[in-house]
Design a protein around this ligand. Structure first.
Ligand code: GLU
Length: 443
């Protein structure tokens, strides 16, 4: 059975880049009737917050990306200790004592000599007496995994055949001096224990994958199939990392972006398939194919979410908006007609409020100086509200007969006088909803 996981670190709110990773893993599981696990990478006790965990869950629920179960790394520390003991016994873990400053100096020297800054394994040469002396100096040991120097190869679900020379990678630190288990290790143990079959994540993890393949094998497991998607950039190709904070899912949601728009865009962006509005996850899953995605950075423009949101809203039946309309105070007998009249003129559901205010309170008339005489004459022919479905046709016919104006020159100044705007819903549908016409009131 296919088992995938989305493994956020709960150190912040989910952003658009996280959504891409979550969605890909979700869709793979859904397509094959498998399982999707929400795994919280929360071994960093200081930066992980319950608040963010709640936020991650709320975002995924809103999107409809339901998980089969939740796993928390902070609850699996004993298991990591057990596996660390196993790797120590197998001679794959070794204790190191260099300080960050010492490591930085080594790096600089290597770079100056034109060599890649790979950890030189000096600590491997320490004997027990030397280690004791370092401990007596007050240094605390931390643990690295000794990579086997071979080519690590895998067939990546997006990038194809990959091969990384393990000698070009530093032996990863897996356990810190304070005992904290680091992600690279915890994730390997989890992927093995939880029977994860497929991992999709950003291509910033490619080197991690190479080391995790060796770690999992060293523990006696079989690595999952890996795929690395490209990272999102801004519309101009600029790095998005600094702006990701402003592209949090909760902010986009608060701005009125529809979940269907987010899912439809992110499930296809960066692939050879066209983006189109798809309203159900089944529909989205159906055409989803990892092999259609490319390795080039993927441009993301938040503006692209609006046409999709608009298309979605315009397709909604009245029932989908009924609650929102009731909340605005639109009377139940008027609400269906109001929805029909305005839904093609809104970008987001929040825009309903403005149109309802216009119907209820009227609008400040917008009258061009050259139309003043014409509009004054037309208003003399307009009775006060309430209006019916024929009112607009009857009024404009009367105005046409009286003034001789026709077409846009007739209709546009009247629309502007009544609504204060140049565009909006069909006037014949809007007029019966208008309870007040300020242009008719004494100034
Ligand atoms: N917590 C890791 C991250 O957010 C997970 C990466 C992975 O999928 O293994 O980058």
């Amino acid at each position: 059975m296919t088992v995938t996981r989305f493994a956020p670190s709960p150190t912040g709110w989910l952003h658009i880049g996280n959504l891409r990773t979550a969605l890909f893993n979700y869709l793979i599981a859904r397509k094959s009737g498998g399982q999707f696990i929400l795994r919280l990478d929360d071994t960093d006790r200081e930066r992980s917050k319950e608040e963010f965990i709640d936020g991650i869950k709320a975002d995924l629920e809103w999107l409809g990306l339901h998980w089969d179960r939740v796993e928390r790394q902070s609850e699996r520390l004993e298991r990591y200790a057990e596996m660390a003991a196993k790797l120590r016994a197998a001679g794959r873990f070794y204790e190191c004592f260099e300080t960050p400053a010492e490591l930085e100096l080594k790096r600089k020297k290597q770079l100056n000599m034109g060599r890649p800054p790979v950890y030189d394994r000096a600590a491997l040469k320490l004997d027990e007496a030397a280690r004791e002396r370092l401990r007596a100096e007050g240094r605390q040991g931390y643990w690295r995994f000794q990579l086997e120097h071979e080519r690590i190869e895998w067939t990546d679900g997006i990038l194809g055949e990959l091969s990384i020379d393990a000698a070009s990678v530093s032996d990863p630190v897996l356990i810190r001096a304070d005992g904290q288990v680091l992600y690279t290790f915890a994730s390997s143990v989890d992927d093995m224990d939880m029977g994860i079959t497929d991992v999709v994540r950003g291509n910033d993890h490619v080197t991690n994958t190479a080391t995790q393949i060796q770690i999992i094998r060293a523990m006696g497991g079989e690595p999952p199939a890996f795929a690395h998607h490209s990272l999102l950039t801004g519309a101009q190709g600029e790095a998005l990392s600094k702006r990701l904070g402003t592209l949090s899912l909760r902010d986009l949601r608060a701005q009125g972006v529809a979940r269907e728009a987010l899912l439809s865009l992110l499930a296809r962006l960066g692939s050879s398939q066209p983006v189109a509005l798809r309203v159900s996850l089944d529909e989205i899953a159906e055409g989803f194919d990892l092999a259609q995605f490319g390795s080039a950075p993927t441009k993301f423009d938040a503006a692209d979410l609006w046409p999709l949101t608009r298309a979605h809203i315009q397709s909604l039946p009245y029932q989908a908006a009924a609650e929102r309309l009731a909340g605005l105070g639109v009377p139940a007998d008027t609400a269906p007609a109001f929805w029909e009249a305005v839904r093609e003129n809104i970008d987001r559901l929040d825009d309903l409020a403005g149109w309802w205010a216009l119907c209820r309170d009227g609008a400040e008339p917008l009258i061009a100086p050259e139309d003043e005489g014409f509009v004054a004459e037309a208003l003399l022919l307009l009775p006060p509200p309430p209006y019916g479905p024929q009112s607009w046709a009857e009024w404009t016919a009367a105005v046409k007969a009286a003034t001789g104006r026709k077409g846009k020159a007739l209709f546009m100044p009247l629309r502007k006088a009544l609504t204060g705007r140049e565009n909006g819903p069909d006037m014949a549908a809007l007029m019966p909803l208008m309870q007040r016409i300020r242009a008719l009131e004494p100034r």
